[in-house]
Design a binder for this molecule. Structure first.
Ligand code: DGL
Length: 262
């Protein structure tokens, strides 16, 4: 089992931002990444649909022999993680908007969260934010349309930049000093965010924390890879693999990216 891969899935290409953190921290681990781009975005789907897509992805990763599952999608994690944990025996790591560090550090007592509708309306997100944000105002904004543009590789399009400006405006008006990125697609927008936001506003995402949690759980379960040879790094998408290739171009010598049906 130790030499089996870490399985990672997302509604599409965004979870590669999490994969990069995991690969950085655990460079010898084998990984299998599923981009369910055919069904993206998950953010506007019903809870039942998000759960059944999450089960489909987890089933495939387990068929491919994965020893642990990382749900590299806030929308899937906040809506389906407890069900996945009940259903499967392998450890399951999820990703949630990193509100806690923002709450602990804010001076203006105002923080912003940019996420999908599915994440912001989830029971898990509500209970976490209610517990943590006493005395702090959160400006929640749904990043409608951003995931679809990122999936199409339109990361530098005027359309995307205009949407971002629109979504950040209420946060600027609310005097936030921290913005939490509650969607694994959004770390790819950080260069744009930095141009729009004044430099005193800090950007927080959960990628590094998820990688550390994956490392901890592998250690606790004695599941770290033992072999020291170069790892196998596989990426599968059920749609056009062009955007996946674009986001992974720095790794192109070592990885395999294939289109499959799932
Ligand atoms: N990367 C997913 C997330 O973290 C995007 C959700 C979607 O497909 O709408 O929420």
């Amino acid at each position: 089992m130790n030499n089996s891969p870490i399985g990672i899935f997302d509604s599409g290409v965004g979870g590669t931002s999490i994969w990069k953190e995991i690969h950085d921290l655990l460079p010898l681990e084998n990984t299998v990444y599923l981009a369910d781009s055919k069904n993206a975005p998950y953010g506007n789907k019903s809870v039942d649909e998000i759960i059944s897509l999450s089960i489909k992805n987890t089933d495939l990763l387990l068929q491919l022999g994965c020893k642990i599952i990382v749900v590299a999608c806030n929308t899937a994690s906040t809506n389906a993680i407890s069900l996945l944990r009940e259903k499967y025996n392998v450890p399951i790591i999820g990703i949630e908007p990193a509100i806690k560090p923002a709450v602990l550090k804010t001076r203006t007592k105002n923080i912003g969260i940019l996420a999908t509708k599915g994440t912001l309306s989830s029971i898990l997100f509500h209970s976490t934010s209610e517990k943590l944000t006493y005395g702090i105002t959160i400006t929640e904004v749904i990043g409608e349309g951003l995931v679809t543009l990122i999936e199409k590789g339109k990361i530098n399009s005027k359309e995307l930049k205009l949407l971002l400006q629109k979504y950040l405006q209420p946060m600027l008006e609310a005097d936030i000093d921290y913005i939490v990125l509650g969607c694994s697609h959004f770390p790819y927008l950080i260069p744009h965010l930095k141009k729009i936001l004044p430099s005193n506003i800090k950007i927080i995402d959960s990628g590094e924390a998820v990688a550390k949690q994956t490392q901890n759980i592998l250690n606790q379960n004695n599941l770290m890879r033992i072999e020291k040879s170069l790892p196998t790094l596989q990426f599968f998408s059920n749609d056009n693999i062009g955007t996946l290739k674009m986001f992974l171009k720095d790794f192109s010598n070592n990885i395999s990216i294939k289109k499959i049906n799932f």
